[in-house]
Design a protein around this ligand. Sequence first.
Ligand code: NAD
Length: 309
Amino acid sequence: MSGVTAQPATALRRIGFIGLGRMGLALAANLVRKGFSVRAFDLAAGQLAKFAELGGDLASSATDAARDADILFLMLPGPKEVRAVALGPDGVLAALPAGAIVVDMSTVDPATADALAAAAAERGLHFADAPVGRLAAHADRGESLFMLGADADVLEVLQPYLNAMGTTIYHCGPAGHGTRTKLVNNFMVLAYCQLNSEALVLAQGMGLDLAKTLAVLTGTTAVNGQLKEKWPAKVLRGDLTPGFDMALALKDITLACQAAQSIGIAVPLGSQVRDLMALALNGGHRGQDTSALTDFWARLNNQALLRLT
Ligand code: NAD
């Protein structure tokens, strides 16, 4: 659907935001910090209180956040929550005024993104999927990357808001292509998490110095973003508080494997990573950052936990 009128960034639109978790709070905080007026909702009272402290307005429910919104952002855990919040007679799509844009930034499956796009079109709304790349620490700093699936005129309207939350927007294609790109991205990211864990535990098993090994691995083509930016800041410092929660990572690799299966594409490495991540989650790492996979792997191999001193 087309026909969205682009306005200058100064013509402030009313923004609704649902889901103020680790990522949502960081993203919404950047909108507030940059002068946009945001009314947000989350089921967790503690997250609402943090948003109020940052100067954001609070809605009393998801539909209350949607009622007057010109643009509604969703940043929820996964497909189940997104469908529950968005669809059906009590969903936010039914509450939004005609012509509004709903932007799902959550990581979901292609079928959910396509269902939201179709339901939005039926109600005279615009839809974009804009899943988020890079680490939670980047979101804190307003340095996220967005993988946008949307019509070009919707992208034009969304640009100032996405620019307030991030530094990089890739227009991946029509609605639904952001989600598909994100699943491919996280398939690779999560495979690296397992690869990093195996490589570092192997290095320790061979008696190598962790800091020197890390310097080599991040100085050659072995490097990956997780190893370079995340591992030294999280698990290798003993900080297991979730930047990216292990349960969300398992959700993403599962969605990527299911998406592959549904179109007959083989991803044997992805299937293994999914199973290993499930074992880690159920093996004492629930509620921890994804990088805790390295602690899981060290324990399985009867090795000390790897820490930079
Ligand atoms: P999170 O679990 O920290 O936050 C989810 C929030 O949604 C919680 O505050 C929860 O209370 C709220 N919520 C759940 N159901 C709700 C409902 N029905 N109504 C209102 N609020 C509800 O997760 P997160 O780390 O912020 O991730 C959010 C999404 O972004 C996920 O899809 C995740 O896969 C994706 N993502 C995460 C990262 C990361 O590094 N953490 C990076 C990119 C993308």
